[in-house]
Design a protein around this ligand. Structure first.
Ligand SMILES: NC(=O)c1ccc[n+]([C@@H]2O[C@H](COP(=O)([O-])OP(=O)(O)OC[C@H]3O[C@@H](n4cnc5c(N)ncnc54)[C@H](OP(=O)(O)O)[C@@H]3O)[C@@H](O)[C@H]2O)c1
Length: 254
């Protein structure tokens, strides 16, 4: 039997990168998935790729009105879910002396506030014994120039996983976190990172030097780590974090 047979999962930001790879992995493991995203065109493209076991919901994590409608929109597709992968997020980087209030708010509103209230909307639909996985980052553990606000948004998620897990014990719902190191996804484009092509290339080659395994991760490798927490292979693990980082944080650049 496949590990997620009979399960239904919601994946925020499921139209691209790690979210899309996780949707593919979950479906391969027997689940049905509902992906959310802010862009109808890219959601529809992802649904075409994913096939009949996937449905889509438009929800911009930066727009509280849309976030507050998320529960009802998912409920219109199915009244019960088993798994939530809180994944939607942006990577924006600037030094503290150059940080603007606008960039600060964009990062926090999408990566933390949007994640928090998406979770609040979706948790009432989760069956007892369900699993929630948060996509955090090794940036929550290391010091990297330009990453202060992004890192703080991800550190906030790690804290949230432990504290809300404590509230969910009576329902046996576990929240765990996956913290990726650098992964090849559309996030690493000049446009999404707000960098020039030259800056992007410089950042990429600097990052690779700091990864003991000497390469970026693949989205499919993160997806399999998420699937571990989603499945019954991890039923005694709660409030925990798994690094999937080629040793970048764990070996401290050895
Ligand atoms: N790639 C890495 O190196 C890396 C490392 C550590 C952690 N992460 C985390 O992994 C998660 C996924 O990133 P990725 O690398 O897979 O990048 P990605 O391909 O850009 O995926 C990000 C997803 O989040 C969605 N999203 C962004 N802002 C949103 C909003 N306001 N409302 C709804 N959806 C929104 C994106 O939608 P659009 O397509 O519309 O932008 C996309 O589906 C992020 O939380 C990121 O912080 C990534």
């Amino acid at each position: 039997m496949k590990k997620l047979e009979g399960k239904t999962a919601v994946i925020t930001g499921g139209n691209s990168g790690i979210g899309l790879a996780t949707a593919q992995e979950f479906i391969a493991q027997g689940a049905k998935v509902i992906i959310t995203g802010r862009n109808e065109k890219s959601i529809n493209e992802a649904l075409t790729l994913l096939g009949e076991n996937a449905k889509g919901v438009i929800a911009d994590s930066a727009d509280m009105k849309q976030v507050k409608e998320l529960g009802e929109k998912v409920k219109a597709i199915t009244p019960n879910i088993d798994i939530i992968f809180v994944n939607a997020g942006i990577g924006q980087f600037n030094s503290a002396d150059q940080m603007t209030e606008e960039m600060f708010d964009d990062i926090m509103n999408i990566n933390f506030k949007g994640a928090y209230f998406s979770l609040q909307q979706l948790l009432p639909l989760v069956n007892d014994g369900g699993s929630v996985i948060l996509n955090t980052s090794i940036n929550a553990h290391i010091g990297m120039a330009g990453a202060s606000v992004y890192a703080a948004s991800k550190a906030a998620l790690l804290s949230l996983a432990k504290n809300i897990s404590a509230e969910l014990l009576p329902r046996r719902i576990r929240i765990n976190s996956v913290s990726p190191g650098p992964v090849v996804t559309p996030l690493h484009t000049a446009d999404k990172l707000g960098l020039t092509d030259e800056q992007l290339e410089g950042m990429g080659s600097e990052l690779v030097k700091q990864i003991p395994m000497g390469r970026f991760g693949q989205a499919s490798e993160i997806a399999k780590t998420v699937a571990f927490f989603a499945s019954d292979d991890s039923t005694f693990i709660v409030g925990a974090e798994l690094f999937a980082d080629g040793g970048m944080a764990t070996l401290k650049g050895a």
